[in-house]
Design a protein around this ligand. Structure first.
Ligand code: C2E
Ligand code: MG
Ligand code: MG
Ligand code: MG
Length: 283
């Protein structure tokens, strides 16, 4: 009851807040319907080896084929999804779908790898190591072909046994990367306390070719720290050649960005980025 509290008290339930709550509930129902109806899809963005500029893996990125609003990016629905009860289920679907796709593409390009973003809800389920192992087994995918991306939001808001689950996952050979590194509040000691294999330098550090010397020094420093710790470095958001050359000269290992290709559908990815199948020897 928010009325009649007397002067000095704030009325907590305004009509528009009730309307917002209704809208939120409706959106949650719409999300659930969309998931059951198969409206979610994965797009894939190429990741390249910085030495030979060959596409060696892809990052799976969720999209929503909305019947009215068209193709929606995660920015339009991911927060709502993560706030609701569906996040764990959708996360597991993303993992399974991406593993299935990677297994298919590996028939054409045997060393192909896949990166999948994780959400906090998947750790809260408590059985992520088993879920990951089951997905690998189901699709006959070797553990080192899978990389799971975590963000500092997952680690810093952790109220579960995330470190334990990450150790169990890493012990199976699955790779773990720290996404969006260098923009948030995560401190450098996370790099030595979490069992990660790679850092992804955030796309906030793009346009390095034209960046200020100070920004360039920060990125050089991040690469050096990662190298010293034996971690792989993946740069996101490479949009121009100057940035690519800058990162190549600093021995960044992998890169992704619009310069190499935008996230795209399965068919487009196979057409644009997958190498042709190994040639059969014939007489
Ligand atoms: P992220 O994991 O850091 O993914 C990279 C984002 O940068 C993608 O946005 C991608 O389209 C965009 N990007 C790639 N190259 C460039 C570039 O050269 N320039 C610029 N400006 N942007 C580039 P997208 O697909 O909108 O995804 C946004 C975020 O949503 C992702 O950021 C990730 O945190 C989250 N996300 C996407 N798919 C999933 C998913 O399946 N599960 C979870 N939990 N999160 C996801
Ligand atoms: Mg990512
Ligand atoms: Mg990122
Ligand atoms: Mg991000």
């Amino acid at each position: 009851q928010a009325y009649g509290l007397g002067r000095g008290h704030v009325c907590l339930f305004m009509p528009q807040m009730r309307a917002q709550a209704v809208t939120r509930r409706q959106f949650q129902m719409e999300l659930r319907h969309a998931f059951v109806d198969g409206q979610f899809a994965l797009f894939y963005q190429p990741q390249i080896d910085m030495v030979d500029e060959r596409v060696t893996s892809a990052e799976a990125l969720i999209r929503w084929h909305h019947p009215v609003r068209g193709l929606l990016l995660p920015g339009a629905f991911l927060d709502a999804l993560e706030a609701g009860s569906l996040a764990g289920e959708v996360g597991n679907w993303v993992l399974d779908t991406a593993c299935a796709q990677a297994a298919k593409w590996r028939r054409q390009q045997p060393d192909f790898g896949i990166s999948v973003n994780l959400s906090a809800a998947q750790f809260k389920q408590g059985n992520l190591p088993a879920v990951v192992a089951a997905a690998l087994l189901r699709h006959d995918l070797p553990a080192d072909a899978l990389e799971l991306e975590i963000t500092e939001n997952i680690i810093l808001n952790d109220q579960s046994d995330i470190l334990e689950q990450l150790r169990a996952i890493r012990a199976t050979g699955v790779r773990l990367s720290f996404d969006d590194f260098g923009t948030g509040f995560a401190s450098l000691n996370l790099l030595s306390t979490y069992p990660i294999s790679a850092i992804k330098i955030d796309k906030g550090f793009t346009r390095l070719g034209q960046a200020s010397p100070r920004d360039q020094v920060v990125v050089e420093g991040l690469i050096a720290i990662a190298a010293g710790l034996g971690l792989e470095v993946i740069a996101e958001g490479i949009e121009d050649e100057a940035t690519l050359r800058f990162l190549q000269q600093r021995h960044c290992h992998k890169g992704q960005g619009y310069y190499f290709g935008r996230p795209c559908s399965i068919d487009e990815f196979a057409r644009l980025h997958l190498s042709s199948p190994p040639r059969q020897a014939n007489g």
